[in-house]
Design a protein around this ligand. Structure first.
Ligand SMILES: Cc1cc2nc3c(=O)[nH]c(=O)nc-3n(C[C@H](O)[C@H](O)[C@H](O)COP(=O)(O)O)c2cc1C
Length: 194
């Protein structure tokens, strides 16, 4: 069976678009993700999982603070994929006046114009070489709007040509970087706070 078919099939498994935000000391960050999965069947103990690339500024904030928030993107805010997904907080500040937000628990930035926000504490993590899979307990949650989430497959055709090129340039750096790091898995168990 050809491995080439995997790429298209795996893209069917991408979750709705979210903005993962985090904070540590006086730093804040946020990034688009298609990898925020519900991870608990117990309503009183909600959990989720996210996969975060290590090169992302947000990754450092999550590992330093053991906390992050998931902001579920509104369909009408699809343009935020560029603000939060094409550039790094290390290059330019994403939390300008153009994007309404407020400081939530532990200083984590929460987006006011989201479908809802989930504030999480990491309980375990698995190293994947180029990325980390974080398992987190949801400590606070707020549903702001009764709307359906939006998927990358719906947003991708809406992107202007310059944005497609810009994202292509980013991927041409990120993909080889990930490829070179995927074999470097640290198998030691992760230790969270007591
Ligand atoms: C549609 C889309 C989906 C993405 N999904 C993920 C993801 O699931 N995990 C991840 O680590 N990065 C993902 N990214 C990449 C980050 O959003 C991107 O690298 C971002 O610029 C990182 O910002 P930061 O360096 O400020 O943290 C995605 C980007 C896009 C455009």
């Amino acid at each position: 069976m050809p491995i080439e078919d995997a790429v298209g099939l795996l893209s069917l498994l991408w979750t709705p678009l979210v903005v993962v935000t985090a904070s540590h000391e006086d730093e804040r960050g946020g990034m688009i993700a298609v990898s925020a999965f519900a991870a608990s069947i117990v309503p009183e103990q909600p959990r989720l999982m996210v996969e975060i690339q290590k090169r992302n500024h947000t990754h450092g904030l999550i590992t330093a603070s053991d906390r992050f928030a998931v902001n579920v993107l509104r369909r009408e805010r699809w343009e935020w994929v560029r603000d939060f997904g094409f550039v790094s907080q290390a290059e330019s500040d994403k939390f300008s006046d153009a994007i309404p937000w407020h400081e939530g628990p532990h200083g984590i930035p929460l987006l006011d114009d989201a479908i809802g926000t989930l504030v999480c504490r990491v309980v375990n993590a698995m190293d994947g070489g180029d990325m980390t899979v974080f398992l987190a307990v949801v400590e606070e949650a707020e549903r702001l709007r009764e709307e359906e989430p939006v998927y990358w497959s719906e947003v991708r055709p809406l992107l202007p040509e310059e944005w497609v090129e810009e994202y292509g340039r980013k991927l041409s750096h990120d993909v080889p970087d990930s490829a070179s790091r995927m074999g470097e898995i640290d198998f030691r168990p992760w230790r969270g706070e007591d």
